[in-house]
Design a protein around this ligand. Structure first.
Ligand SMILES: *Cc1c(COP(=O)(O)O)cnc(C)c1O
Length: 373
């Protein structure tokens, strides 16, 4: 092998990966613009605008002095709360350092470079990352009205396909697949294909659309449900999520999981947050009201949006204000961080996380100015 640079040491499939582009951190924008962090509004990463659940904060504070000890690698106390809340058993649960960890476990446990995985166009960027990092091939299926085209995804399954990712609701588009349709599609998935159903935003679904999908793992041994504490539970900084699946799938994933992948404070906070129904309900309501406020604002600005079932929404900027990239930059200068999604194949759009009433109002005012500039 000819060697010209240290990058040649990495296999081609690693060099081919396009790095994940996270939302811009508040501290970074503050440094760049010389602004006070307290004056910056971040609506870029679908974080909870209410902050941390008070019960989680109290539990973490009480646990601070115990951090010299390794965490419980088995996460017993957290699993107990998850098991009780969702009517599953401990052996159905795998804990993750964020739910991104669960997505990676799926790829590392079930894919080899000889395999492929199916996901949708405009779906969460971590799916292709996880698939490509193990040298497997991603099969991206064209979206339908920005959502998953389940029939086309089923048809795209090849003999070497071992994994299918379904985000419901999807990020960044906010699209949602009704439970009955999803269930019918799962029945058609071959037994030798594992489905990862990513439910990062499930807590934001209106009541009439909520279904006990956790119970589905008893019907489908090839189903993994992934959920997170980063969004409605307000714990994105701690990195904790979980997967629900058949015990054999959990057992396999635990082999690739680092023994102490979820730290003690995260476990403590997550268990408390799961029991903080008040906070969850307030988070839901603030999002519901904030979404209505945003949609009213977009209509007044004659902006079209993609109807969203999450705590964020995509608006079509088109050529206004110099285009989505320029509007993003103009908003940054006003101290407001949103998310450009050109890397998701949507260069005309911006994704906006729903904030507090005050944050939303300030954003809408700045957006109007940006569109006119
Ligand atoms: C935010 C998000 C996650 C959560 O990631 P964490 O690692 O749990 O913070 C997972 N899936 C989707 C689709 C998301 O948007």
């Amino acid at each position: 092998m000819s060697f010209s640079a240290v990058t040649d040491l990495a296999p081609q499939h690693i060099r081919d990966i396009a790095p994940y582009q996270p939302g811009k951190p508040v501290s970074e924008l503050a440094r760049e613009l010389g602004l006070n962090e307290a004056h910056i509004i971040k609506l870029a990463s679908n974080e909870n605008p209410l902050g941390v659940s008070p019960k989680a904060l109290a539990a973490m504070t009480a646990a601070l002095s115990q951090q010299a000890l390794y965490p419980d690698g088995n996460g017993f106390a957290l699993k107990d709360v998850i098991a009780n809340k969702f009517n599953v058993n401990h052996y159905n649960i795998v804990l993750g350092n964020g739910s991104n960890d669960i997505l990676e476990f799926a790829a590392r446990t079930f894919l080899t470079p000889a395999d492929s995985a199916v996901y949708s166009q405009h779906a969460f960027a971590v799916y292709p990352l996880a698939v490509k990092s193990v040298g497997a091939r991603g099969i991206e299926v064209p979206a339908q009205n920005f959502g998953h085209d389940l029939d086309a995804m089923l048809a795209a399954i090849e003999p070497n396909t071992r994994l299918m990712f379904i985000a419901n609701p999807n990020n960044p588009t906010g699209t949602f697949i009704d439970a009955a349709l999803l269930y019918a599609a799962l029945k058609k998935v071959p037994a030798n294909v594992l489905v990862v159903m990513d439910e990062a935003y499930t807590e934001y679904l209106p009541r009439h659309l909520r279904v006990d999908t956790a119970g589905w793992i008893k019907v489908f041994p090839n189903l993994v449900i992934s959920r997170t504490f980063s969004k409605a539970y307000g714990l994105a900084g701690l990195r904790v999520g979980y997967g629900l699946a058949h015990p054999d799938v959990v057992g396999l994933m635990n082999r690739v999981r680092q023994p102490f992948n979820v730290n003690s404070l995260a476990q403590t906070a997550a268990a408390a947050a799961l029991l903080d129904n008040d906070f969850l309900e307030r988070s839901f309501l603030v999002n519901e009201q904030g979404m209505a406020q945003m949609l009213t604002g977009f209509a007044a600005l004659k902006l079209t949006h993609i109807p969203s079932f999450g705590n964020f929404v995509c608006i079509k900027i088109g050529a206004r204000g110099g285009g989505a990239g320029a509007v993003f930059q103009t908003l940054l200068k006003a101290g407001i961080i949103v998310r450009p999604i050109a890397s998701y194949g949507m260069p005309d759009y911006l994704r906006i996380s729903i904030g507090t009433k005050d944050e939303n109002a300030k954003f809408l005012t700045a957006l109007q100015t940006a569109l006119e500039s």
